[in-house]
Design a protein around this ligand. Structure first.
Ligand code: NDP
Length: 315
């Protein structure tokens, strides 16, 4: 028998969709994921204190927030599988979802909430200091005491890098944007903001050779791409802003994507290019990428799916 609704992904969007769908008696089946696209619970599982999720006046750890959402989804009858989805077939109805274990499930509707993975530099020392001074999210970690009034680096030259640098300028003593070329990729207005900012300095034509430090990050060994010269930049923090990769590989090109590779949704809705398939959270949102906006779009996806199922007599 077909499931009414399968939700793929267990970050704030997937779990919020599950809470709403379960409370609407849709008995959703949710794939929590296992390792594809990061650990179950999504990117919040690797952040520290979240201070901007409304309702937690003293902040909440990412793991605690996700555990709470998960329990709330279970309480209303969501069934969960800690497995990755390997592929889906959206060409026939009911849709089919195949897990990496090889099991196939049928579903009348789907919510895709598989998130995006921050790209990270493929350097051995990056792994050592990730979470010990290196982060991929300035909004999540920038305000931590360890970065206050200290020099901080942002790696990348796109809109995210500039946005992160501007955000970090509220906390750090100096923000160094490390960019591998001699011009930014960021939009003109963002470039102007970075160039005009007193605390922001752009280090052009520089790549990270190595992250150095003791237990915590203490500096970055940089290499000039033109001269080959190396130098040591002392920083307490390094924020990687070299782009995100939306987790869409398992879709096998069956949904329309935007130019940047995110799932296309009809404006103001979570409806994708295939009727009955909805998308929520970072897999379809390149702009806001916050826990609260992901949760909000998960709610929208559940309501959209519920309406669509009701109109069709459920399947
Ligand atoms: P982008 O892909 O635009 O930029 C990534 C940056 O990282 C580039 O400057 C790139 O360098 C650099 N980079 C990539 N790989 C490496 C590497 N291995 N080593 C060093 N540098 C590297 O990603 P963003 O996340 O900045 O933006 C994604 C999309 O989201 C864009 O369309 C952007 O406009 C949009 N966005 C919009 C915002 C807004 O409107 N407020 C805010 C944030 C993002 P290079 O330039 O040489 O390729």
């Amino acid at each position: 028998m077909s499931e009414r609704l399968i939700i793929i992904g267990s970050g704030p969007s997937g779990l919020t969709a599950a809470i709403y769908a379960a409370r609407a008696n849709l008995a959703p089946l949710l794939f929590e994921g296992f390792q594809a696209g990061g650990i179950p619970g999504g990117q919040l599982m690797i952040t520290t204190t979240i201070e901007n999720f409304p309702g937690f006046k003293d902040g909440v750890s990412g793991q605690e927030l996700m555990a709470g959402m998960r329990e709330q989804a279970l309480r209303f009858g969501t069934r969960m599988l800690m497995e990755d989805v390997e592929s889906v077939n959206l060409a026939a109805r009911p849709f089919t979802v195949t897990s990496t274990g090889g099991d196939t499930y049928e579903a009348c509707s789907l919510i895709i909430s598989t998130g995006a993975t921050a790209r990270r530099l493929p350097i051995e020392s990056e792994k050592k200091f990730f979470g010990r001074g290196i982060s991929a999210c300035a909004v999540c970690d920038g305000a931590l005491p360890v970065f206050r009034n200290k020099p901080i680096a942002v790696i990348g030259g796109g809109d995210t890098a500039v946005e992160e640098a501007l955000h970090l300028s509220k906390f750090g003593s100096k923000i160094h944007i490390i960019h591998r070329r001699d011009s930014l990729r960021a939009s003109t207005i963002m470039q102007q903001r970075a160039l005009a900012h007193q605390k922001i300095e752009i280090l052009w034509n520089k790549v990270v050779e190595e992250f150095v430090g003791d237990k915590l990050l203490g500096g970055i060994r940089l290499k000039d791409t033109r001269t080959g010269e190396t130098s040591l930049l002392e920083v307490a923090g390094a924020f990687e802003a070299i782009g995100h990769r939306p987790n869409t590989a398992f879709l096998g090109g069956q949904l329309r994507l935007t130019e940047a590779g995110y799932i296309f949704t009809h404006p103001g809705t979570t409806q994708t290019s295939v009727e009955g398939v909805f998308a929520a959270g970072d897999v379809q949102d390149f702009r806001y990428r916050q826990a609260i906006t992901a949760a909000g779009s998960g709610c929208m996806a559940a309501l959209d799916a519920q309406k669509w199922l009701t109109e069709r007599g459920f399947c």
